[in-house]
Every structure is written in C-alpha cells, then in structure tokens.
Write a protein that binds this ligand. Sequence first.
Ligand SMILES: C[S@@+](CC[C@H](N)C(=O)[O-])C[C@H]1O[C@@H](n2cnc3c(N)ncnc32)[C@H](O)[C@@H]1O
Length: 212
Amino acid sequence: MSRDWHEWHREYDDPVSPLSRRLATVRSALASVLASVPASRPVRLLSLCSGDGRDTLPVLAESSAPVSGVLVELDAELAARARAGAPAGIEVRTADAGTTASYADAAPVDVLMLCGIFGNVTDSDVARTVAAAPSLLTPGGHVIWTRGASVPHDPTSYDGDPSELVRSLFVQTGFEEVAFVRPDDASFRVGVARWPGPAGSPEPGRRLFAFV
Ligand SMILES: C[S@@+](CC[C@H](N)C(=O)[O-])C[C@H]1O[C@@H](n2cnc3c(N)ncnc32)[C@H](O)[C@@H]1O
C-alpha cells in the first residue's frame, strides 16, 4: 500500500482536525440514512476500505435500526481493531475491497460506504466503481462517499474540485443526490446518493479499483 494508514488514522485522535470533522459528517450522514430505512427488516451495510470502522461502528451502536453487513479492510491490524468493536451481525473481512470477489455474497445492500477511496485511486477506477455501485445496492439503497479536494488528481482531465467529477458520475449513472457537504474552510467533501433503480447483482470477481 502507498501510505501509512495507521498514521492516517491517528489524525482522528485530534477532535478538531479536518479529518475528525469529516468523520462527524460521515457519521451523521450514516445516521440519517439508517433512520430513513423502513424498520421492517434489518438494514444491510457494506463498507469498502473500512479502516478501523470508526466511521461506521459507533453509529451502529447508537442506532435503533438492526444492521447486518460486512466491512472490508486490507490492513490486518486495522481490520482486527474494527472486528473487536463490531456488534453481532457485522463481519469484518481482512480482504481486498478492490475486487467484488471479497463481498459479492454480501450484496445487495441498503448502505454502501465508499469513504477514503476516491482520492487514492485513478479517475478511471472512480468511474468504474461508481458505475458498479448499482450492482451492489437494493432499490432505494444509499451510497455515502468522500473525496478530498486537496488530494492530487490529474489536472488534464478536469478543472477545479475533483469531488465534482464524483458527483457528476453518480448522477450520470442514475443516482439521485441526497446530500453533498462542501465546507468553505476545509477540503473534505462528503456525498450521499440514492439508487432509485432495481436490486443489483454484482459480477463476481470484478476489479473496481486499486490504490495508487
Ligand atoms: C483513507 S483510509 C479510509 C478508512 C475509513 N473508510 C475512514 O474513512 O475512516 C483508506 C483505508 O483503505 C485501506 N485499503 C487500501 N487499499 C485497500 C484495498 N485494496 N482493500 C481494502 N482496504 C484497502 C487502507 O488500509 C485504509 O485503512
């Protein structure tokens, strides 16, 4: 992997860091999505590149909605931390989230977390992942995604804020934008998109992205 992801997670220890603000925004988005799902059955969740689960597990602990699902994280230590804090019904897999082989059996889900991915992969991988997202979702399922505006990107492909590319890809794919958070004083961006189409069925063993 290209970065020290343990070091990256340590920025969460500073409660006023931009990353901690991003964390609060993602958690709040997840809480809103969970509250919007009808209570007739457990909510199904899939988090790719889930880190130590900090953006997800505390929200599940506070939610009244029963949630089952899968977190996928490549780093064994971060995955173990997530596993230690995961409630019943949440499985943490130490696996490559870049291929659907690691989680095709868990789809379709009501909530797909794509946080901390899009700034670490090529724009074509972003496009491939967004295009494949419907295959992982239930009708009315939501995606929560992030993209840092200051993360380097290919300036020849578009001008300005790279999160705009992500937003437009979701809309072109047929998603409805539910929320988009772009603080004036921080470079993180958080989006929530809803899939209005039919239930998905992922192609097993399809590579969507690889960290660069
Ligand atoms: C930017 S962090 C995001 C963590 C978490 N989603 C969050 O927002 O707090 C990226 C995470 O992706 C993990 N990662 C990198 N490549 C991966 C892959 N191919 N499959 C699964 N996880 C991967 C890293 O170990 C790291 O924990």
